[in-house]
Design a protein around this ligand. Structure first.
Ligand SMILES: Cc1cc2nc3c(=O)[nH]c(=O)nc-3n(C[C@H](O)[C@H](O)[C@H](O)COP(=O)(O)OP(=O)(O)OC[C@H]3O[C@@H](n4cnc5c(N)ncnc54)[C@H](O)[C@@H]3O)c2cc1C
Length: 629
């Protein structure tokens, strides 16, 4: 992948064009010269100098991490100091200062835990040799915080972000100007401003063509890519993280559950051992996964690219646009077929695909289960879905470890203490939407973790207990469910219904979660409980794996076509991986028959099922593998 020089992110707005125009004026007739020259000099001396820096594009990120999870919510990827209570190394980059003088500096940042305590995310900005007078991260909500004024010499200067707390300070962008004028924070204007400074435009500069574009590199996306590539398709796999695996990645560390169905050979390239959630063993499985996916010469892997738009024409997707999460470089990906494996159903959402969110009334599909009543399936529909989690882990070190006070976390932890967090650290909320309020949910979980760990550390005998790892990513379970020709429900599992196109199968019980706090208000709101309904083998039809109204869109993963309770069984990653493999094969046959996903079901079903049943045969004869695996 091309490594772009990100100097385009830093611009002097006293541009050449403008100067050129001004100097042209000097050729005016003599009498005007005496008026124009001083005016021109005055203009030049007062010329507005501005520098804009997207922090995620910093040359050296130090100990700060790039967080692109909430772009649709707050406008951009950003840098975050995720030090678990220990300040992280400075992030730095160089900027070209157009002329010597005084410069005002603003940071777009937020106080993520506002209250009557000092901000947990406090950091300083340095420009050249000078530290800006005011520390950052004190205002509630994303906005431009003024850091003060500093004298800088013309030429290259280093900007640094100095983390003061280790508790998730964050910086989206810096605005440096010789005039005191706070930039806009209004989303549309802000976007215009970013585009103006960075040179980003609506239409990406580069367009690439593929047979299949897969977005989202969780188990489903990886399996879809492999299955399609083995059948000879030229595949683009676009993923917004540096590593593959989604919730199974080393960044989130959930182990894979479920069965392999017809796709054992493919899924064994991608799955995990049954380690405890949060285990660093996830790293080993991740290496295996990368080795396999990267071994296919016809899978082009676009890591750290986040899709931000699906372009449609007459209910068909013509292309998907994705942007690099650090450099901002955008690429347009064209293909006849697309697979939405983003979990949140982003591609379908942007394309105008019909989707569902929330819990259906029990009467709609007859999904009631008396044992749990409302907790399982409500009488009236609502917007509550299974929640998102942040996994974390501790260890006993050789020496005593002091964990700082975290008063800002206490209202959430509220006396609860814990030394590790597994699957049931889950935020299920009526007030927060799992996509639109993702950042609030992640931050709530961070407060829950830091606060509970602080409480634990107050106990005797745990002096050496230390935080080993806290994910900074939300592990999600449920959000948008794209609607296909068939909506898969609890009864399909409960009754083990069979389908002529039942290409995915599972035996795992159906489990749906509720917040512990819902039944007992004294319990923390960040812990959940699972309800398990036993089932026999069940089957998922291919018709739940393509959109009912976007003619060339497949979906695999937790955004497949199902009801809220219908997701309860098949959301685990070997089942979602099966879905991926199933759509990868389907895309290959759609390509050879030049037909839509629906027409494949209507006209070529037996051929498709035959291909699925043959999946476990070694396909190396197809010569799409490069090198040794
Ligand atoms: C705490 C927890 C415990 C769980 N326990 C288990 C378990 O034990 N076993 C099990 O199998 N399952 C478990 N699950 C469920 C399972 O992990 C999820 O349902 C599953 O990961 C869904 O798979 P997916 O491929 O649809 O999504 P994901 O795994 O979330 O993968 C989708 C990927 O797409 C990327 N993406 C999203 N939007 C974009 C975009 N616009 N552009 C580019 N990339 C994008 C995301 O970064 C993400 O990595 C658990 C879930 C949680 C949260």
């Amino acid at each position: 992948m091309k490594n772009l020089d990100n100097s385009f992110l830093k611009m002097d707005r006293c541009s050449n064009n403008r100067l050129k125009k001004t100097s042209d004026m000097i050729t005016f007739r003599k009498p005007f010269q005496w008026i124009l020259i001083p005016t021109l000099l005055l203009f030049l001396s007062s010329c507005h100098k501005e520098i804009f820096v997207e922090c995620e594009g910093f040359d050296n990120k130090g100990g700060w991490v790039v967080d692109p999870q909430f772009v649709e919510q707050m406008g951009s990827p950003y840098l975050m100091a995720h030090g678990m209570g220990e300040p992280v190394e400075n992030a730095s980059t160089s900027v070209d200062v157009p002329s010597s003088g005084n410069y005002h500096v603003w940071a777009r940042t937020t106080d993520w835990a506002p209250g009557s305590w000092s901000s947990p995310g406090e950091f300083n900005i340095w420009l050249g040799e000078e530290k800006l007078p005011k520390s950052m991260g004190h205002y509630k909500g994303w906005g431009w915080n003024y850091a003060g004024k500093v004298k800088v010499k013309k030429g290259s200067a280093v900007v640094q972000l100095e983390d003061l707390t280790g508790f998730n300070g964050r910086c989206d962008a810096l605005y440096i100007s010789n005039r005191y004028r706070t930039p806009t924070n209004q989303q549309d204007y802000l976007l215009d401003m970013r585009n103006r400074f960075t040179g980003f435009v609506e239409k990406p500069g580069e367009t690439l063509a593929f047979d299949l574009v897969v977005v989202g590199g969780g188990l489903a996306g990886c399996a879809a890519s492999i299955a399609a590539a083995e059948q000879g398709l030229k595949v683009a796999l676009i993923h917004d993280r540096p590593v593959l695996g989604g919730n199974a990645s080393s960044e989130i560390r959930v182990h894979t559950l479920g069965i392999y169905g017809h796709f054992e050979r493919i899924l064994r390239m991608l799955d995990t051992e049954h380690y405890p959630n949060g285990s660093p063993l996830a790293l080993e499985d991740e290496k295996k996964r990368h080795q396999h996916v990267e071994g296919y010469s016809n899978i082009s892997l676009y890591l750290n690219y986040r899709a931000f738009q699906a372009n449609t024409d007459d209910q068909l997707i013509s292309s998907v646009d994705a942007r690099h999460t650090s450099t901002g470089e955008a690429i347009r990906f064209e293909a006849p077929y697309f697979v939405d494996c983003t979990g949140d159903g982003w591609i379908g959402y942007w394309a105008g695909a019909e989707f569902n969110y929330g819990r259906e009334p029990d009467s709609l599909y007859g999904e009631a289960w008396e044992e749990y009543g409302e907790l399982w399936s409500p009488e009236k529909e609502d917007q509550q879905v299974m929640g998102s989690s942040v996994l974390w882990r501790t260890y006993y070190s050789d020496s005593v470890n002091v964990f700082p006070e975290v008063p800002w976390a206490m209202p959430v932890a509220d006396g609860y203490s814990a030394s590790w967090g597994t699957w049931n650290w889950e935020m299920i909320s009526d007030r927060w939407h799992q996509v639109d309020h993702g950042e609030q949910i992640r931050d709530h979980m961070l407060k829950a973790i830091y606060g509970s760990f602080y409480n634990e550390k107050q106990k005797p005998g745990v002096e050496q207990l230390k935080l080993e790892w806290v994910s900074h990513l939300l592990g999600k379970r449920e959000s948008r469910r794209l609607e296909g020709d068939y909506i898969y429900t609890f009864n399909d599992m409960r009754e083990s219904r069979t389908f002529p196109d039942g290409v995915v199968q599972e035996v795992r019980e159906v489990d749906v979660h509720y917040s512990q706090n819902k039944l007992d208000e004294s319990k923390p709101d960040f812990l959940s409980e699972a309800m398990f309904h036993p089932v026999d083998r069940y089957y998922i039809p291919y018709r739940s794996l393509y959109s009912k109204n976007i003619g060339n869109l497949f979906m695999a993963g937790r955004c497949f076509s199902c009801s809220h309770v219908g997701l309860g069984g098949p959301r685990v990653m070997l089942t979602t991986g099966q879905m991926g493999a199933a759509v990868g094969y389907a895309a290959s046959l759609c390509t050879s028959h030049q037909c839509s996903p629906r027409e494949l079901y209507e006209n070529h079903l037996s051929e498709y099922v035959g291909l699925v049943l043959n999946s476990n045969q070694d396909s190396s004869h197809l010569n799409t593998l490069s090198g040794q695996l």
